[in-house]
Ligand binder design. Structure first.
Ligand code: ADP
Ligand code: MG
Length: 248
């Protein structure tokens, strides 16, 4: 894995729904290990951008480069195989099974892992790997807990851990904090802040508190366009951002 060059590059990216320019001419470069937040009011085009990057939408115009290759015309599956992981819409939790077992199944989703796990030392490996994933998501103490007994926030953390099972190079999240309590948001913020630097993170988030703490660079969208890019401090003190959020 080359650690230089952009992990994600968007070039003139656009998505129109009829007359609605949901995403309009967006340019973005994200380097290996970076934490980038994309913020904006409701309707700004954040989820559409997310779906374009993930491969769920075909762009109306523009290019999506992932890991140095033009993957504009590839499926979500191909992008996932190349090292893109996403939450939270696609994860399926098995509520009557433990955290450990859910993580085990997530590990089985990765080709190669199954073969490794089936070897004689498979169980040992599985235990250390599920523990590692749970630790990364702040759930180490919950390994033996049934998923149905987890709080809403802990289930989000588990979905994150399951996304990490594929050892992604790029993780994209669409509003992971939506619907969480302030305490749960705090925990999620901490977990995201402590993610391994091997993983590049693009966090799409309406909630400014999380976006500005986790993101080192913040991209502001409004009406489909990227209107501003800056450090959290610059975004925090921006009159434009204040206006956009109040007007949104
Ligand atoms: P955000 O996630 O920032 O709230 P969205 O990407 O969901 O914004 O939406 C951006 C704009 O595109 C909105 O005007 C929304 O109504 C429109 N839009 C999003 N998805 C669709 C769709 N599938 N069909 C038609 N319009 C859509
Ligand atoms: Mg959205």
């Amino acid at each position: 894995t080359p650690s230089n060059g952009p992990v994600l590059a968007l070039r003139g990216l656009a998505k129109h729904f009829g007359g609605v320019h949901a995403v309009a001419d967006v340019e973005l470069d994200v380097s290996h290990g970076e934490r980038v937040s994309v913020i904006g009011p409701n309707g700004a085009g954040k989820s559409t951008l997310f779906n374009l990057i993930a491969g769920d939408y075909r762009p109306t115009a523009g290019r999506i480069e992932l890991f140095g290759d033009d993957l504009t015309r590839t499926s979500a599956r191909v992008r996932a195989h190349r090292g893109l992981a996403r939450t939270f819409q696609t994860s399926k939790l098995f509520t009557t099974m433990t955290v450990d077992d859910n993580l085990y199944l997530a590990l089985c989703g990765k080709p190669g892992s199954v073969r490794r796990l089936r070897r004689a030392d498979g169980d040992e490996r599985r235990r250390s790997r599920t523990r590692e994933l749970a630790r990364a998501a702040g759930l180490e103490a919950k390994l033996a807990t049934e998923v149905g007994e987890l709080s809403h926030g802990e289930q989000r953390q588990l979905e994150l851990a399951m996304a990490l099972a594929s050892e992604p190079r790029l993780l994209i999240l669409d509003e992971p904090a939506a619907g969480l309590s302030p305490a749960e948001r705090g925990t999620l913020t901490k977990v995201l802040s402590e993610l391994s630097r091997d993983i590049t993170l693009v966090l799409i988030e309406h909630d400014m508190d999380i976006a500005l703490v986790v993101g080192e660079r913040v991209v502001v969208m409004a009406d489909g366009e990227k209107v501003l890019e800056g450090t959290p401090d610059e975004i925090r003190s921006s009159e434009l951002v204040r206006r956009i959020y109040l007007g949104g």
